[in-house]
Design a protein around this ligand. Structure first.
Ligand code: AMP
Ligand code: GLY
Length: 476
């Protein structure tokens, strides 16, 4: 599978400059940033990766230095002073908040090469109302919606729709701003939470009431320089907390990729959705050098846009890091640097590789994650502790046996942990990710991931048991 699609083919280039950045700063501290940091640190061209603020789980990686600086907008100058002093040559910004606060603009103004969209472009994620307006201007398929700012407006607007009702807070809400309600009573309660209890603060001052789109959901991420784009392999996220897509929405409970597409679907997505949006971004003169994440619903009418994220998804980034064929094309360092420089490199993706990523969440997630629970099953650096030899010999740990085959590997990524008294403890909602990579098939990747996840435990650990199942059902 080679997915290199550039709308404006003349803009596609292969970087000729062989002097790649040796010192990279990755901003963020979650699973997505751990995956990016890990990938860059494995690259022999990279001398140093500064993770700001990083995490205890990243600090054990060779060549990685975690720098405990604030990434709040009031501290941008201090952050960039550090980057200057450390001779950082490339800055990769992971999370949405510093993008919305304009870190990319401040860093560019100081001469850094930055992989991230500008503040103005990041409004595509930071405001759902703004995003909807751009979708309409681009003429792409998206659910009908109304802007609402009170309980009454919400209930009045709901008369135009059939249940379930989708209410989306306008601003950033860490994956907790979308309410899907089966009844008017439920909708009223969510509207009260936003508009009267101010449950999400300013992020919920306005909202979109949106028509429910039934269909199959897909995360389609592209690398873009704001003029053309490169599709990455499509991923299937699992947004609901519980098996069978039940329970509240979360930031994502697990991802599998690539999702095989029926003939013509990729072309249709690129032609009818991605290209018009990128064209609109170019028409508006937005400075966009990074990832644009299209949350899509494959409906009977065609691919419909649910949302934009102006960054790598979490946990989509975790699987994408392993899907780029770095041996046969530009590696991630070259790719991030080229996009930051406004180029579109020609990438090769692994054709026969499947990756599964499970999210292991804390007790109480998403409402009130319990912190401080001791995590069993990790070594002192936070990697999966080795399985005792007799168990392997007895065949008890099938994952170890499988993992021993070439082309297969499993590992953990830390998302919300910290080290306390020499042990790792839970320190956030999505605590860690267990990944499995298989060059055999998706079924093997999923089995491996579950077998490895079974080696990790803490009180109240939550993990979905059906990650990738719908994909496997479709493939069988
Ligand atoms: P968003 O942040 O807009 O992607 O919404 C979070 C999740 O809510 C999505 O990943 C979907 O699973 C679901 N969702 C959002 N909008 C809709 C819609 N119009 N119809 C059905 N599901 C939706
Ligand atoms: N996994 C969904 C997101 O990153 O927003």
């Amino acid at each position: 599978m080679v997915i290199v699609c550039a709308m404006t083919v003349d803009k596609v280039t292969t970087p000729k400059d062989s002097k790649w950045p040796r010192r990279v700063m990755v901003v963020g501290s979650g699973g997505r940033e751990h995956a990016i940091v890990r990938q860059l640190a494995m690259n022999p061209k990279v001398a140093r990766v500064y993770a700001v603020p990083g995490s205890d789980g990243m600090s054990g990686i060779e060549k990685v230095e975690c720098v405990s600086l604030s990434i709040a907008s009031s501290a941008f100058n201090e952050l960039l002073n550090f980057a200057s002093d450390a001779n950082v040559e490339l800055i990769v910004i992971g999370p949405e908040q510093p993008l919305a606060d304009g870190l990319a603009d401040v860093a560019r103004a100081r001469g850094f090469l930055v992989f991230a969209p500008s503040k103005e472009a990041a409004k595509l994620e930071a405001s759902k109302i703004h995003a909807k307006e751009l979708m309409r201007a681009a003429g792409v398929l998206t659910a009908r919606s109304f802007v609402v700012s009170s309980v009454k407006e919400t209930l009045d607007a709901a008369r135009s729709f059939k249940p379930p009702y989708v209410l989306k807070a306008d601003g950033l809400a860490a994956g907790k701003g979308v309410f899907i309600e089966k009844t008017l009573e439920g909708l009223e309660e969510s509207a009260r939470f936003l508009f009267e209890e101010k449950g999400l603060g300013d992020a919920g001052t306005q909202a979109l009431l949106e028509e429910f789109s039934p269909g199959i959901e897909l995360s389609h991420l592209v690398l873009t320089n704001g003029q053309g784009f490169i599709s990455m392999p499509a991923a299937r996220d699992h947004k609901r907390l519980l098996d069978g897509d039940e329970g509240p929405n979360t930031g994502g409970m697990g991802v599998v990729a690539p999702v095989p597409m029926e003939p013509g679907l990729l072309d249709r997505i690129e032609r009818d959705v991605i290209a018009p949006v990128i064209l609109e971004i170019e028409r508006r003169g937005l400075l966009y050098r990074g990832v644009l994440y299209f949350g899509l619903m494959l409906t009977d009418e065609g691919p419909s846009v649910l949302e934009f994220n102006t960054r790598f998804g979490d946990p989509e980034a975790q699987v994408l890091m392993s899907l780029l064929n770095e041996a046969e094309g530009p590696d991630w360092l070259e790719t991030l640097a080229a996009i930051a420089d406004g180029q579109l490199p020609r990438l090769k993706w692994h054709e026969d590789r499947s990756v599964a990523c499970l999210v292991l969440a804390a007790e109480g997630y998403p409402d009130a994650p319990v912190k401080g629970s001791v995590i069993e099953g990790l070594d002192e650096d936070g990697a999966l502790a080795p399985v005792p030899a007799p168990e392997v010999a007895a065949g008890a740990a099938s994952n170890e046996v499988l993992a021993a085959r070439s082309g297969e590997s499993t590992y953990v990524i830390h998302a919300g942990t910290r080290r306390k008294d020499g042990r790792f403890v839970t320190n956030g909602g999505r605590v860690m990710n267990v990944l499995a990579v298989s060059d055999r098939d998706m079924k093997t990747a999923i089995e491996l991931a579950y077998a490895s996840a079974a080696r990790v435990s803490w009180k109240g650990l939550q993990v979905r048991k059906d990650i990738g199942r719908s994909l496997l059902d479709r493939l069988s």
